[in-house]
Structures are given as structure tokens and as C-alpha cells.
Design a protein around this ligand. Structure first.
Ligand SMILES: *Cc1c(COP(=O)(O)O)cnc(C)c1O
Length: 369
């Protein structure tokens, strides 16, 4: 088979980090690639395809409705556009011409993330509430105005502080007729998060990346939730040549993501966890007794999900040096770090044989130091 990256002279990396977009996200299974290849060979009605794929995914994920986007950031833009316009052609036209009424989206300060810039792309203003450590219910209540489009909620135990829970936010929002959007881009596994935020906790819409743990196409994402909102979202989205045409998703991504979701739901997640744990144990045993390193097994990844990993803290206090050495290694190895003295080895994005190469490289650099 043709090795495209080799032909182009692009260096291939070992991913001991996680499903980071900047290094290619995740790898698709053959059944996902086959679905994309099959979809690439025919013409269909894109609207019919979106509707039928949405119905299938809604059923699989126990939601009222579903819509496929070109990523989770796209899902943010489209959700806001849908809620701003209610799918009304006149309102959509006003957003395009810049004459729509103002729109505000409320976010707790402790939930501010880089990706929330997508809200501004939908023409809305971000209203930040509370401080980095806490939010009080009255602060949310008093931030709600006639211009409030939604409250944006970011779950994950990695976020600091005592922000208000989704339950509290949903109560406050729904008492005032305001919808709640949950950005759960990287909140998989567990697979139950497909329905936890919406069906169990009452959020109106929940958004996921297709190209992270689901292992769908890189340029895919997912919106799940209330059917009336999904309809409004669809009215803004491609194939319509409107504001959100810039976020086009193709038939190949729709085929790939639909197949990847079904695969992910049917996956033996217990067996996957066991295999991840055996890789972490392998690294732990291989690095045990190296006086230059403190190591510790952790049960959750940086997004707070149950994906085990190994934390390394070099005793010279210079984790960033090791990170750079691994990056320059041949093959280049990517890891997660916290810009201070911790780096993490994660098993979830490795290919066969990678775990041993990662261990070898670390032992080599640690012994050099
Ligand atoms: C990764 C991520 C996104 C962006 O997802 P894409 O699918 O790459 O567009 C948005 N929000 C959060 C919390 C993320 O982790």
C-alpha cells in the first residue's frame, strides 16, 4: 500500500499522549474506513442522509435527535446559530446580514476553555459568571437577560473549583426558558455519557468530537438532544448555502461517524480497559527502580475520563527536557505534560509495538541524564 506520509516526507509519530487534533487525533478502524469508502462512491440526497443518519444515531445514543457536524467546535457554532434563530429563515438572514438581535451565552468562569471562541463565531457574546473558583446560583440568575441564548456547560473533573453542577444549571435555566448546551467533546468513555447529560441530567443539547475516543473521522462531530433544536440547527447547516456553510460535512464523514458510533457503543469497554491497564503496568514495571524518576499510576486521563495512564516526575525537576527528548527521538514520541514537572504516558492511542518503544526511549534518556 502507498505510504502517503512517507511519500510527502512527513514524519510519523508515536502517540503516547491522547487523541490530540494537532497530532492527528485518533485512528479509524477498518469498518469505519470501509463505510467512508463505500459512501464516497455514490450520489445521494445530503438532507436525506443527515436525517437518516441522525435517526440511527439518536436511537443508538438514546436521544430524541442527532446531527452530524464537522467537529465539536462546529457543533458549538451550529448549536448557538440554531438556538439564536430557531431555524427561522428570516432570523437566519438577519444573522447573515448582521441585523439580528444581540445574543449572549452564559458560562461559569471555571468552565472557560479555548474552544468557547466558537460561540463568538456564531455572533454571540460570552457572559462570564462567577470567579475561577466558584459560582453562586444568584450570579447565573442575574446574568440572564432578554438576550440570553443559552447557558454553556463544560463537564469534566479536570475543571477546578466549585462551579454549579449541571443539575443546578438546568434548574435555573429551565425555570426561565433558557436552553443548556453541554460541551462533552472529550467526555468518552463511558459510553453512557451519550445519554447521561441529556436524558438523565436534562441538558437540551450535548456535543461530542467524532475524532477523539469515538475514533470516527477527524473532521466530524456530533450534536445530540431535543428534536426541535436539532431541526433549527439543520436549517442553518450545509447543504444550505447559509452562514454555516463554512462548516460543511461530507457524506464520507457522515458514513464514517455513524459507523464509528455504532462500533464504539458495541465495543467491549471492559476488555479495552484491561488492555490499557496492562500497558500502564508494563511501563510501571519497566520504570520501577529508576532513581531519576518518580512514577505513579493514575486511573483517569486529563479530561477526567476513566482512561488509565502513568505519571512521571523526573527528580532533576526537568520534565520538559524529557518531553523534548521524546519528541526528537526517532520515532518521535508525543506525551501529555503540564508545563511543570509532570508528564504522562497514555495507552489509548498506541499502535502495536509502540508501548515497548516508548519504554525503551524513556530508559535511554533517563540513563543519559
Ligand atoms: C476537543 C475539544 C473541542 C473541539 O473539538 P473538535 O472536534 O476538535 O472540533 C471542544 N471542546 C472541548 C472541551 C474539547 O476537548
Amino acid at each position: 500500500m502507498i505510504d502517503f506520509f512517507e511519500g510527502l516526507g512527513v514524519e510519523k509519530k508515536i502517540n503516547a499522549a491522547t487523541t490530540y487534533t494537532a497530532i492527528g487525533g485518533s485512528l479509524m478502524d477498518d469498518e469505519v474506513l470501509d463505510a467512508m469508502r463505500s459512501a464516497a462512491g455514490y450520489f445521494i440526497d445530503m438532507r436525506e442522509l443527515q436525517i437518516k443518519a441522525g435517526e440511527k444515531i439518536a436511537k443508538l445514543t438514546r436521544n430524541e435527535a442527532a446531527f452530524i457536524t464537522s467537529g465539536c467546535a462546529s457543533a458549538i457554532v451550529l448549536s448557538i446559530l440554531g438556538l439564536r434563530t430557531n431555524g427561522d429563515a428570516v432570523e437566519i438572514g438577519k444573522v447573515i446580514s448582521g441585523t439580528a438581535r444581540e445574543s449572549e451565552v452564559i458560562i461559569q468562569n471555571g468552565h472557560r476553555i479555548n474552544y468557547d471562541a466558537a460561540i463568538k463565531l456564531a455572533g454571540s457574546k460570552i457572559v462570564t459568571v462567577g470567579n475561577a473558583i466558584e459560582t453562586h446560583a444568584w450570579q447565573i440568575e442575574s446574568a440572564i437577560t432578554e438576550f440570553t441564548t443559552a447557558i454553556f456547560f463544560v463537564p469534566g473533573s479536570h475543571l477546578a473549583g466549585s462551579t454549579l453542577s449541571l443539575n443546578q444549571i438546568v434548574q435555573i435555566a429551565h425555570a426561565r426558558g433558557i436552553p443548556v448546551i453541554v460541551d462533552a467533546a472529550a467526555q468518552l468513555p463511558p459510553v453512557s455519557n451519550f445519554w447521561e447529560f441529556t436524558e438523565n441530567l436534562g441538558a437540551d443539547l450535548v456535543l461530542f468530537s467524532g475524532g477523539k475516543a469515538i475514533r470516527g473521522p477527524q473532521a466530524s462531530g456530533l450534536i445530540l438532544g431535543k428534536a426541535k433544536h436539532i431541526e433549527s440547527i439543520s436549517a442553518n447547516a450545509s447543504p444550505n448555502a447559509l452562514f454555516a456553510r463554512a462548516l460543511k460535512v461530507g457524506k464520507e464523514e457522515i458514513a464514517g461517524l455513524t459507523t464509528a458510533i455504532e462500533r464504539f457503543i458495541n465495543l467491549d469497554h471492559d476488555a479495552e480497559l484491561l488492555s490499557w491497564n496492562s500497558v500502564v503496568d508494563f511501563w510501571f514495571e519497566g520504570l520501577m527502580g529508576q532513581s531519576q524518576l518518580t512514577i505513579e499510576k493514575e486511573s483517569h486521563n486529563e479530561a477526567g475520563q476513566p482512561v488509565p495512564r502513568l505519571r512521571l516526575s523526573p527528580s532533576d525537576g526537568n520534565a520538559m527536557k524529557l518531553v523534548a527528548q521524546l519528541k526528537k527521538n526517532s520515532p518521535s514520541i508525543e506525551v501529555v505534560h503540564n508545563s511543570s514537572n509532570n508528564l504522562w504516558l497514555s495507552p489509548d492511542s498506541l499502535k502495536i509495538g509502540d508501548a515497548a518503544k516508548v519504554l525503551q526511549a524513556i530508559l535511554k534518556f533517563v540513563k543519559l541524564s
